[in-house]
Ligand binder design. Structure first.
Ligand code: AMP
Length: 145
């Protein structure tokens, strides 16, 4: 799959963006279709299509920059009583641009943003079963490294 997306063009300076932060690894800019005013995107400069392709150190950096941006949003002229981080990994998760990006979304009361979900009430045994499965994968990974 072609790793080149509109975000690659923004990084290369070939498409316009309203930038708020840039360093050697990361770029942050205004989302062109904000769900609330001040909605930002933080992206790695390398074109990782998914979390699986993203260097974990760079993933940490995305979060770090997101934290700084959350503080900047609260201190700026943007209306911001709270902040949501959102990251869609994969089509089913709602990913539309295949270059990893962290949404930083300023929140105000009644702004209309929300996740639709149907929380369930599984038994502890079911939670423990899935926890064991996930732990197993992590332990296997640790054993392979
Ligand atoms: P996602 O659904 O998580 O893949 O989100 C993709 C996001 O990229 C959407 O919120 C879009 O509005 C945003 N987007 C797409 N093209 C641009 C662009 N040229 N500049 C800024 N944001 C963009």
């Amino acid at each position: 799959m072609n790793p080149y997306t509109i975000f690659s063009e923004i990084i290369a300076g070939q498409a316009e963006a309203s930038t708020v932060y840039e360093d050697d690894d990361v770029l942050a800019f205004m989302d062109i279709r904000p769900v609330t005013p001040g909605h930002l995107l933080v992206i790695p400069k390398v074109p990782a299509r998914s979390l699986a392709e993203l260097d974990p150190a760079l993933g940490g950096k995305l979060f770090q920059v997101g934290q700084r941006l959350a503080a900047a949003l609260r201190a700026s002229e943007v209306n911001c009583d709270g902040v949501n981080f959102f990251l869609a990994d994969g089509v089913t998760a709602g990913q539309e641009v295949f270059h990893v990006h962290l949404h930083v979304i300023p929140r105000t009361p009644g702004d209309g943003f929300g996740l639709r979900a149907r929380p369930t009430s599984p038994r502890r045994a079911d939670l423990d079963y899935l926890a064991g499965s996930i732990r197993g994968v992590l332990e296997q990974e640790a054993g392979n490294s």
